[in-house]
Design a protein around this ligand. Structure first.
Ligand code: HEM
Length: 132
């Protein structure tokens, strides 16, 4: 089925989620914890909402009918499915003062996010026929 709606959602959500994540990291590194909490929670809620919307669209037949190589799709899905686990563990450790666990999780989460963005961009490029 048409991919346009799915593309609009992903193209709209990905920059918003990336900006809020980078913003949350900058605030945390500057020691502005009250604002870090607000922006990080905004990022987490927005991520969960876009997740639900994308899954609903895919389940209803909206797909990017690209010729994405299987390994890229598998890598992307593996990372994407791990993200909700971090979104439970990050607030759980941050809000209970387990700072070193929170920092370690934050580091892995940032890497996972970068991997999701890179593999997501590759799927997009395959859909456009820029990647073979
Ligand atoms: C999802 C909801 C999140 C909540 C509610 C939250 C909350 C907090 C809180 C309360 C602290 C202070 C901990 C303490 O003083 O013991 C903290 C610190 C920190 N957070 Fe988060 N956080 C969240 C997500 C994230 C994310 C997504 C990242 C980065 C990927 C991140 C990176 C950090 C870092 C690096 C610190 C340490 C700051 C320092 O040591 O000065 N947090 N967070």
């Amino acid at each position: 089925m048409g991919a346009a709606l799915l593309l609009y959602v992903i193209e709209g959500a990905a920059p918003l989620l990336t900006i809020t994540l980078v913003w949350a990291v900058v605030l945390a590194l500057r020691g502005n914890i009250p604002r870090h909490r607000k922006i990080a929670v905004t990022h987490a809620v927005a991520t969960v909402v876009s997740y639900i919307v994308v899954i609903a669209l895919v389940r209803n037949g909206y797909r990017l009918e690209g010729k994405t190589p299987e390994w890229i799709l598998n890598a992307h899905l593996t990372v994407i499915y791990a993200i909700p686990l971090f979104l439970i563990a990050l607030p759980a450790t941050g809000l209970t003062g387990r700072r070193s666990a929170h920092r370690a999780l934050a580091f892995v989460y940032a890497i996972a996010w970068t991997a999701a963005l890179v593999t997501g961009a590759m799927i997009f490029m395959a859909h456009r026929g820029w990647l073979r």
